[in-house]
Design a protein around this ligand. Sequence first.
Ligand code: SF4
Ligand code: SF4
Length: 290
Amino acid sequence: MILSIASGKGGTGKTMVATSLALSLSQERPVKLLDCDVEEPNAHILLKPSLDCNQAVSIPVPRVDEDKCNYCGRCAEVCAYNAIAVIAERVLVFPELCHGCGACSYLCPEGAISEEGREVGVVQSGQSGNIEFVHGKLSIGEVAAPRIINEVQKYLDREKLNIIDAPPGTSCPVVAAVKHSDFCLLVTEPTCFGLNDLALAVDVIKELDIPCGVIINRDGIGDDEVDKYCLKEAIPILMRIPLDIKIARLYSQGITLAEGMPRWREAFLELFDKIERLMSNSNGREGGRQ
Ligand code: SF4
Ligand code: SF4
């Protein structure tokens, strides 16, 4: 099973949920935690894994042989990222903007473009207690987050429970992180900003046809608009984590909820039971429709 933990905005407590869920469940089944928040991975701060395996990640960037080039401009036309430009009789490549999609070399009519590897980040893996841990780290200033996320996802194992800590937001890296998921947990907070970003995230998850549920973190901080929205959209609220100075203190000290307040382990086990029940109900309905 692949379970992703996402949020429309950063700072909602997504990583606290992912790590506490992984710790709670790892006592009873094989668990993998894949931190796909590659621009700012921080699950390792909470789980403190050994990271004994390092793998550099590169993307193919174009190299132009101007002896073959006729300066037709086709490469610049097809590049969606403005990473290559043809100015008079010069072809300029901006490697920092290149996503390594390969379109320019594929479409160059003269075969003037070859590709060379450019390192954009690293994937590290190891162990944290019973949890197999993997995370990706995008190098500073680089843009190819989905490339790193795809490498992290090569560690997915359908025989185990895979918990993905997805990037915040609703852009390409989020889609790359959650696209294989069987279920997505959306962590939000009950404020107008939380609601706005939750609604955007729900749109993306529904577009991907992934069943989802909501966790309200810092419950009590705002109003009940998130509750009303979830009711209207028929999205189950699966857990509420109260606004509590003790929880905030644990997070600031790099301690998970499951370790710092062990009574929460039971709550995370119940959360997973609810997810399994929702999934088996929805599979049953789909089976009935066929
Ligand atoms: S598409 Fe090929 S031939 Fe045309 S400008 Fe680009 S590198 Fe040169
Ligand atoms: S590989 Fe893709 S992103 Fe990079 S310069 Fe070519 S078309 Fe643009």
